[in-house]
Design a protein around this ligand. Structure first.
Ligand code: AMP
Length: 282
């Protein structure tokens, strides 16, 4: 496994691989790797000759009062996990490497970045899109691996890749969960024991809603109220949003039909968690 910090060194390696006709898969992350990341890496390895993993805590996607400074950065453990998973190249640029003095460009993203997390984290998806575009230019992958857990990120990046003509295929991997259903996240480690216990409600409430939809419930308002009331019973939970949207466009639905996504963001104490599930409604 090669650990690379400089853009030029990475580009040299990529060009060499491309000349030999080797396919390149890319898994962008912010590190603090867990089984969710691991599943993306495994999927990437199955489908590509070369797997590139980036670890970069991107300051541009954090708001001024968010957790950028305390975001976990267990560098050595991450490298060990990547090595165990047989990643070929880890790219770990510094902030100065990605945003040198005088850096000015940011990408403006459209509709899909406005609702849901976009409402509570202004500028977040702009930061995500900017760093991912930079990374795509550097890595030039054939395939880009993203997790379904960050469904709005997937929708925004699909739009960006299409609009800016990136020759890359986006592969979306299912959400990996703890035994009690909590979606794995680098932020779960912030949770106190009580918050951690209560956080399992997110998946249970979403699953219950899926059950009701399968039983014939079609009114989005009623479905969302049920999810809300179940989550509100947890003492440490504060709801940012719960929505029922079209999976591709993220437009809110009044009556559930087609490919539906139920998505939410809830804070447990100071820790903000997101989750979603998909339901096909014939
Ligand atoms: P992050 O390091 O949190 O920015 O995540 C990097 C990538 O891993 C993103 O594409 C995430 O959607 C994906 N990811 C994070 N958590 C999970 C999970 N529990 N299951 C599957 N993918 C995940």
């Amino acid at each position: 496994m090669r650990v690379i910090k400089s853009i030029q060194s990475l580009q040299r390696l990529i060009q060499k691989a491309k000349r030999s006709g080797e396919s390149i898969g890319f898994v962008p992350t912010m590190g603090a790797l867990h089984q969710g990341h691991q599943s993306l890496i495994r999927c990437c390895r199955r489908e590509n000759k070369i797997t590139v993993l980036s670890i970069f805590v991107n300051p541009q996607q954090f708001g001024p009062h968010e957790d950028f400074l305390r975001y976990p950065r267990p560098g050595r453990l991450d490298k060990m996990l990547a090595e165990k998973e047989k990643v070929d190249i880890i790219f770990t640029p510094t902030e100065k490497t990605m945003y040198p003095d005088g850096y000015q460009t940011t990408v403006i993203v459209g509709d899909r970045a406005q609702g849901m997390c976009g409402r509570f984290r202004p500028g977040h998806f702009q930061g995500v899109a900017t760093v991912v575009i930079k990374l795509l230019h550097i890595v030039m992958p054939d395939r880009l691996y993203l997790g379904e857990k960050d469904a709005q990120q997937v929708a925004v990046l699909r739009q960006v890749v299409r609009d800016l003509n990136f020759p890359v295929t986006i592969r979306v991997c299912p959400t990996v969960r703890e035994k009690d259903g909590l979606a794995m996240s680098s932020r779960n480690r912030y949770l106190s024991a009580i918050e951690r216990n209560e956080a399992a409600v997110l998946y249970h409430a979403l699953q219950e809603a899926r059950f009701h939809i399968r039983q014939g419930m079609r009114n989005a308002g009623t479905i969302l109220r049920r999810i809300r009331s179940r989550i509100q019973r947890q003492s440490s939970a504060t709801i940012d949003y719960i929505v029922c949207v079209d999976r591709a466009t993220l437009k809110p639905l009044v009556t559930v039909h087609g490919k539906v996504m139920l998505a939410l963001a809830v804070r447990f104490g100071r820790t903000r968690l997101i989750d979603n599930i998909l339901v096909n409604v014939p």
